[in-house]
Design a protein around this ligand. Structure first.
Ligand SMILES: NC(=O)c1ccc[n+]([C@@H]2O[C@H](COP(=O)([O-])OP(=O)(O)OC[C@H]3O[C@@H](n4cnc5c(N)ncnc54)[C@H](OP(=O)(O)O)[C@@H]3O)[C@@H](O)[C@H]2O)c1
Length: 315
């Protein structure tokens, strides 16, 4: 069960339990240690991005493990992402990512957000003057070039609404394999799941616990009384309930923990069996999007004047 993988439309498989590596402390040593522990516990999918600053640590730890024969490159799955300031030249951006990681290819390269920024705006919260008009046709053509050049094995998107997925499919020669979005028991993404399933695009769930402890995150999911009572009923933990819910919906889950016990606990979600009553109870929870993307919205220079425009009313 632990090696569970999902088949993607690009013909490869991806482990459904991914380890997130965004950490506000961004401490290289802690990240590397976490990757080594995760490999020992059976994690095979690692999620990073240029903007997280974790590419060097993730790459270094994985390469070390490969060189010591603890894991084969073919058995691990590495995802990284194109930041808005790199839409001008995704091929060079991915080459930089590969250099950061010391790798010859990543398994998955995602367009991080449907937002294009000035080339120098390589920071998480863009300023008003940093936005440019998004030309998804040229960005996606360059993503396809990355694929042709063998710099990645698959391409996809992140934070795309149903409407943006449909728009992309109008001109994509290669459809996205994955749409990585916020998804957890309090943000269930049923419409997006339906759209993506219709187009054989896999939905991958980030912040599957609601990001407790993150600056933007919340404990609303793990502290929710219904989630807690389901956990109690099954002698599991709220985090395991949230993760197993995501996996049961056919999604992969990208969960971040650098704590050995919680990493193990999260892996343990595979062993939990949720019943129909649990799914019904979760379906009745109030929905609340935690990562709303306000930092990408303004009334003058962003293509999105409101968060409703950013998410095409799927909020
Ligand atoms: N594509 C995007 O735009 C995007 C956006 C956000 C995130 N992501 C990716 O998704 C990953 C995960 O998202 P996230 O970090 O926002 O949210 P998350 O995985 O839902 O939550 C992570 C937080 O929960 C804590 N935690 C982990 N396991 C726990 C458990 N069993 N019980 C209680 N707390 C637990 C972690 O702390 P400890 O480390 O101390 O355990 C950390 O503070 C990121 O690291 C990143 O790789 C992608």
């Amino acid at each position: 069960m632990r090696s569970n993988r999902v088949h993607l439309n690009c013909g490869i498989t991806m482990p459904v339990m991914g380890l997130g590596t965004y950490s506000s402390e961004n401490d290289r040593e802690t990240t590397e240690l976490a990757i080594h522990k995760a490999l020992k516990m059976g994690y095979r999918h690692f999620d990073t991005a240029k903007i997280y600053g974790s590419e060097p640590a993730v790459g270094n730890a994985l390469i070390e493990a490969i060189l010591h024969g603890r894991v084969e490159r073919e058995d691990i799955f590495v995802t990284s992402k194109l930041w808005g300031s790199d839409h001008h030249d995704p091929v060079s951006a991915l080459k930089q990512t590969l250099q950061n990681m010391g790798m010859e290819y990543v398994d998955m390269y995602l367009v991080h957000w449907p937002v294009k920024l000035k080339p120098w705006a390589c920071y998480a919260v863009p300023k008003e003057e940093d936005f440019e008009v998004l030309e998804m046709e040229s960005t996606w053509a360059a993503m396809e070039k990355c694929l042709d050049m063998g710099l990645c094995r698959c391409i996809g998107v992140s934070n795309f609404s149903s409407k943006k997925i449909e728009h992309l499919l109008n001109f994509a020669s290669v459809p996205p394999a994955v749409n990585q979005v916020e998804m957890h028991p309090m943000w269930r993404q049923s419409k997006l799941q339906e759209t993506c399933t219709n187009h054989r695009i896999h939905v991958s769930a980030y912040s599957p616990l609601g990001g407790p402890g993150n600056i933007w995150g919340s404990t609303a999911v793990v502290d929710n009384p219904i989630i807690q009572s389901i956990a109690l009923k099954h002698k599991a933990t709220p985090a395991q309930v949230a993760l197993k819910w995501g996996l049961s919906k056919g999604s992969s889950v990208i969960v971040k923990s650098f704590n050995q016990n919680r990493m193990k606990e999260n892996m343990g979600s595979f062993d939990l069996k949720l019943d129909d009553q649990d799914f019904n109870d979760i379906d009745r929870l109030e929905e609340w999007k935690i990562m709303r993307g306000e930092f990408l919205v303004n009334e003058t220079t962003s293509p999105y004047r409101t968060i409703q425009e950013l998410w095409d009313d799927e909020i």
